[in-house]
Design a protein around this ligand. Structure first.
Ligand code: SF4
Length: 278
């Protein structure tokens, strides 16, 4: 079996930017949710004194709060201001662009269908901009939406969805709602799109296996596995640690491609590729 590194992979602009902002801060600093969905990155920041919290209630008045790359709902930001917290905002500009579009729909009173995972921090933040919305993750869910077909609806997407999933949902939405207003290019960020395209190209170019390194909580990591399967890979799996890599069975593969989610450190990829080659 040959082992190849799929390019591009790993840290994206939004993650690099969030980590650079975090590196400038001196403790005590609180970060709302994981700064990025990767336990190695979170652990190294924890060792340097950053405290990760799930709610502003855990943050003392006047303390410094870092908002992660996934962004926050306006109510959370308003609460932080009211509490006198010192805000450092690492929201990715791609996520902020979707927030702006959400605010524009809300200002016009247009209900929105948000394509994404309802339990993801990014989706919760965007949803916080909207008064009337539904979240759907697949084309099958479009038939269950409560809006009548003549409705004027807007559509927005989580930035890390898979390209094909978003387009199948948008197609289903356009069929059911002819007056749908959707962004001309779906909101999937360029980093996610380029990494998904590289995985699909690798499989279509003869790769029969894809290993995606990243955390189970990382949306873009999981979507890379979906893309590899959709492209026809006979093996597609995710691993977040060397222990998880060791549990995988690569028997029978000829060309294995290794890639990494946007929040996975390069060292982990290099270490994994070296171990697999050995
Ligand atoms: S995956 Fe995309 S949207 Fe998310 S932080 Fe990276 S660049 Fe930003």
């Amino acid at each position: 079996m040959t082992v190849e590194t799929i390019q591009p992979h790993g840290f994206c602009m939004g993650v690099e930017r969030a980590l650079a902002m975090a590196a400038e801060l001196r403790p005590p600093v609180f970060c709302l949710h994981e700064i990025v969905h990767n336990e190695h990155v979170v652990e190294s920041l924890r060792k340097r004194g950053m405290a990760f919290v799930e709610s502003l209630d855990e943050v003392p008045d006047g303390a410094m709060i870092l908002f992660s790359a996934h962004g926050v709902a306006p109510a959370v930001r308003a609460e932080a201001v009211r509490r006198g917290l010192s805000i450092v905002d690492a929201t990715c500009p791609f996520v902020e662009r979707v927030h702006r579009a959400a605010r524009a729909f809300a200002a016009r009173g247009v209900p929105v269908v948000l394509v994404g995972r309802a339990d993801h921090a990014e989706v919760k933040g965007i949803a916080g901009e909207l008064s009337e919305f539904r979240v759907v993750a697949s084309a099958a869910e479009v038939a269950e939406l409560p809006f009548p077909p003549e409705s004027c609806l807007g559509a927005l997407c989580q930035t890390t969805m898979s390209h094909s999933a978003v387009h199948s949902v948008l197609d289903a939405l356009r069929k059911r709602y002819p007056k749908l207003e959707a962004p001309p290019a779906a909101d999937i960020c360029t980093a996610t799109r380029d990494r998904q395209r590289a995985v699909a190209d690798f499989v279509r170019g003869g790769g029969d296996g894809v290993l995606v390194l990243g955390s189970a909580e990382s949306s873009n990591t999981n979507r890379l596995v979906d893309v590899a399967r959709e492209a026809g890979a006979s093996f597609a799996a995710r691993a977040g640690s060397m222990a998880e890599v060791r549990k995988l069975d690569f028997a029978g593969l000829h060309r294995l491609g290794v890639t990494a989610g946007a929040s996975t450190p390069e060292e982990f990829l290099a270490q994994t590729v070296a171990a697999l080659r050995a």
